[in-house]
Design a protein around this ligand. Structure first.
Ligand code: KG4
Ligand code: ZN
Length: 343
């Protein structure tokens, strides 16, 4: 079946066409397009919701046209439309979901809501075999940081989450202190190369506690105070602080994830979401997991951050496990992964 995926929950407008066979579980991505709004929001230092919605509205129809063209397909070849229905910015979600509903109505194609974080969680399946169930997922994006026990597609239990800022948000806010542009994660990652990761003493919040929760707001504050104490942000200070930041965030994420595997007796770990694009964290996770006999699955770099291939693929997985229903639905800016469990 051919599934057209649409993603517009934040600052990327994305469309993808995935072709999968639900009986064998195999499939492939036929075409995709991503229009990033980063350059538009960068001058504001973060995403401006109203601006994001207007941009989605402007580019979405064109992206759909291009994806269908690239895949040498027409609307009549599309069997289902899968659209991100939440969580995310309400206005941005409404653009994607309204477009999807209208296209579905006109072309007589069923439209299904997809949970953005389920898209991230399953994205590794676009390029790798997903681990055998159950497995633990470290989901780290700009808005979420959580540890999820995955017992099946759609059966997610949150076993740890951040009590304040998300890891991506901590990167973004710390980057601002270092005069680096938005989004801060990739900038810090680039800047950290060759930096002295021992120069500044940054805390490893919550690491001493046995529980699986996170807290990153203190780390951001520690970066702020350390920079205030040194005065001027020279290129060398920026580089060293970026390396220290990455080391602190990486340490907490990796150790907590491996603790989750140990506590749950599940030696399979998957990492997903925008922060999973971070080279340092990926390498650290692979190294430490290997030492503890835990297998690690990572999405390809390009499928860590927001994209529509993961939305079409999540829909494909839900079809494969017979989880798609024709229940009424609405865009939901706040939506927990645990709500996806069908009892
Ligand atoms: O998953 P995502 O694209 O969007 C959300 O659903 O939030 O994640 C975006 C977040 C941003 O905070 C961004 O700074 C962070 O992921 N990020 C990174 C890297 N690439 C993106 N953080 C660290 N290192 C990276 N290479
Ligand atoms: Zn995302």
């Amino acid at each position: 079946m051919r599934i057209l995926g649409i993603e517009s929950s934040c600052d990327e407008t994305a469309v993808a066409l995935y072709d999968g066979d639900v009986d064998s579980g195999h499939g492939k991505l036929l075409a995709e397009r991503i229009a990033s709004q980063i350059a538009i929001h960068a001058r504001f230092g973060g995403v401006v919701p109203e601006v994001a919605s207007r941009e989605h509205l402007k580019v979405l129809p064109m992206l759909v046209k291009e994806v269908l063209q690239d895949a040498q397909s027409a609307w009549q070849d599309v069997d289902a439309i899968a659209v991100t229905a939440g969580p995310g910015l309400m206005g941005a979600l409404l653009v994607g979901t309204s477009y999807a509903r209208a296209a579905g109505l006109v072309n007589k194609i069923p439209v299904f809501p997809i949970h953005h974080m389920e898209g991230h969680l399953l994205a590794a399946g676009l390029s790798h075999e997903l681990p055998e169930f159950p497995f633990i997922t470290l989901l780290v994006s700009g808005g979420h940081t959580m540890l999820v026990r995955v017992d099946a597609v759609g059966d997610y239990s949150i076993i740890g989450q951040t009590l304040d800022d998300a890891a991506g948000e901590c990167f973004d806010k710390s980057a601002r202190v270092l005069d680096l542009p938005y989004p801060g994660g990739p900038e810090i990652s680039r800047c950290a190369v060759g930096g002295n990761a021992k120069r500044f003493k940054l805390p490893r919040p919550m690491l001493q506690h046995d529980h699986l929760h996170f807290s990153f707001s203190g780390l951001k504050t520690a970066v702020m105070y350390a920079i205030r104490d040194v005065g001027e942000v020279t290129p060398k200070i920026r580089q060293d602080m970026a390396a220290c930041m990455e080391a602190a965030v990486g340490d907490v994420l990796v150790k907590k994830s491996l603790r989750a595997c140990q506590q749950q007796g599940v030696p399979r770990l998957l990492m997903a979401g925008g922060v999973a694009a971070n080279r340092y964290v990926r390498d650290l996770l692979e190294k430490e997991a290997h030492q503890q006999g835990v297998s690690v699955t990572l999405p390809n770099h390009d499928y860590c951050t927001d994209n529509a291939a993961m939305i079409a693929f999540a829909a494909f997985k839900r079809f494969q496990y017979d989880l798609m229903t024709d229940q009424a639905w609405d865009a939901q800016p706040r939506w927990s992964l645990t709500d996806l469990k069908s009892d």
